[in-house]
Write a protein that binds this ligand. Structure first.
Ligand code: GLU
Length: 481
């Protein structure tokens, strides 16, 4: 690689804290990082920010990895764990102290509380006033201390955010932030800067909630003589009521969307549209997203999460997805609905009959279940409506005609139905509905000829004969009653 290529290579990272599930908003950040890296031919890194030992769990890490894998957003590098670099973070803070850019602060909690109280009385913003900064007496080792950065007192921090535009923060607004806590553990701002530098991150794409950290991080970069990355702060996700997206708006965990029957590509498509657009195009494949995504075109206003739009997009992807994409998803959902090892050949055959109307894979699996399970009972209302005594003879005649069929395909089946309805002077529905009841237990199904053809002769005739017995029994008891 020559120098020019090195300069041009982008490296971005997704840096979740593993304290719960993979939030749908986090997935959007991961997607934007991924698309940015793919679009620019760069590298997308996963860094698990697990320095909060109390709240970080292995399960949460596993769930994040599973969520990213399901979405097809597996990192090019990582996962790296921030906690593995704690020594490096600590040494870096000490290096800043040695260079006179950071200092020990041994103010006690009481002193800090008193300082804030005085500031409050003077109606000033509570902040650390830097009293340990210029202390000349040597720090005593037996008093606990933190390490604080000497934040420049004058001037301002300015950066051109790739999404928010130019942001300026006056240094007077910032105080001397803590880099190392009194137990020697690094703070978030220090750890992020050290890691971003050592990982060669060129572009940081993250939620807008981090905007207030950025000037502090830029100061740490500058104190260390390092070049800060470019920043893009994405607007946060809100619910339809305008409040920040949370559990009370519905599912927020990515794996919950998988379980609720959404396709990964549809979830990505939906997430990319939250804040980014390309003309009025709504439906994007992953390949199109990678080709078209430009982080500079992400909007600044909060994105509203709207499940009915996601349903619509999911339906579009269900309609257009290749069978190879839908098959494993449908099989997984059938299994979740209690169908053990559904025959893949049968799943493939039935797919065209159920994909046209389903909004989710759960709905599709639900509509496919009858192919695998003969009805245990018949829906009462459907029975009363369709298994009427005057239909018993034509129904029996149909079962006999189907039993005698030599070819079992949709055309032959339809011809048999037509001949029976002609003989008995019926309309197609009068015969098709009872057959639906026999095959599915209810009076809704895809085209009955397709259903019978896919189900196959043996299974179809077994269900028809079982229903014929039930139908006869019902007519006998009704005749007696
Ligand atoms: N770990 C932080 C979070 O989960 C992200 C930090 C960053 O992207 O700089 O909010």
């Amino acid at each position: 690689m020559n120098d020019m290529e090195l300069v041009m290579t982008t490296r971005t990272r997704f840096a979740p804290s593993p304290t719960g599930f993979l939030h749908i908003g986090g997935a959007r950040t991961a997607l934007f990082c991924y698309l940015f890296a793919r679009h620019t031919g760069g590298t997308y890194i996963l860094r698990v920010e697990d320095t909060d030992r109390e709240r970080s769990t292995h399960e949460a890490v596993a769930v994040i990895l599973q969520g990213l894998e399901w979405l097809g957003l597996k990192p090019d590098e990582g996962p790296f764990f921030q906690s593995d670099a704690t020594d490096l973070h600590r040494q870096t803070a000490l290096q800043l102290v040695a260079a006179g850019k950071a200092y020990r602060c041994s103010c006690t909690r009481e002193e800090l509380d008193a300082m804030r109280e005085e500031q409050r009385l003077r109606q000033e913003k509570p902040r650390y006033d830097g009293r340990c900064r210029e202390r000349t007496d040597p720090p005593s080792d037996d008093r606990p201390y933190v390490i604080r950065l000497k934040t420049p007192r004058d001037g301002e921090v300015v950066w051109d955010d790739m999404i928010q535009g130019r942001i300026r923060v006056s240094n007077g607004e910032l105080d001397d932030l803590i880099l190392l806590r009194s137990d020697g553990s690094p703070t978030y701002n220090l750890a992020v800067v050290v890691d971003d530098h050592h990982m060669g991150i060129t572009h940081v794409i993250r939620g807008e909630d981090h905007v207030s950290n950025t000037p502090r991080q830029i100061h740490i970069f500058e104190a260390l003589g390092w070049t800060p990355p470019a920043y893009a702060h994405m607007p946060l996700l809100h619910g339809t009521d305008g409040a920040k997206l949370s559990k009370r708006h519905g599912a927020v965990s990515v794996l919950q969307y998988r379980d609720n029957g959404y396709l990964p590509e549809a979830v990505n498509n939906y997430l990319v549209r939250l804040g980014w657009s390309h003309g009025d195009q709504e439906i994007f494949t992953m390949v199109e997203m990678v080709a078209l995504f430009d982080v500079h075109h992400v909007g600044r206003s909060a994105a509203i999460f709207n499940v009915s739009k996601l349903d619509w997009i999911n339906g579009q992807h269900i309609r257009s997805a290749a069978p190879e994409v839908l098959l494993p998803e449908l099989i997984a959902h059938l299994e979740r609905q209690g169908i053990a090892h559904p025959d893949p050949a049968l799943v493939r055959a039935l797919l065209p009959t159920v994909r046209e109307r389903a909004k989710t894979m759960v709905e599709m699996a639900d509509k496919s279940r009858f192919y695998f399970q003969a009805p245990q009972t018949y829906d009462d209302k459907a029975v009363r409506k369709h298994l009427r005594p005057e239909i018993l003879d034509p129904f029996a005649a149909l079962v006999a005609a189907l039993t005698a069929l030599s070819a079992w395909d949709a055309t032959a089946l339809e011809a048999a139905f037509k001949s029976v309805i002609a003989d008995h002077d019926l309309k197609m529905g009068q015969l098709a509905q009872p057959v639906r009841v026999a095959i599915t237990g209810s009076d809704v199904s895809p085209s009955i000829f397709d259903v019978l053809a896919i189900l196959g002769r043996d299974a179809a005739l077994a269900r028809l004969n079982a229903c014929l017995d039930f139908f006869r029994g019902r007519c006998v008891s009704e005749g007696q009653g």
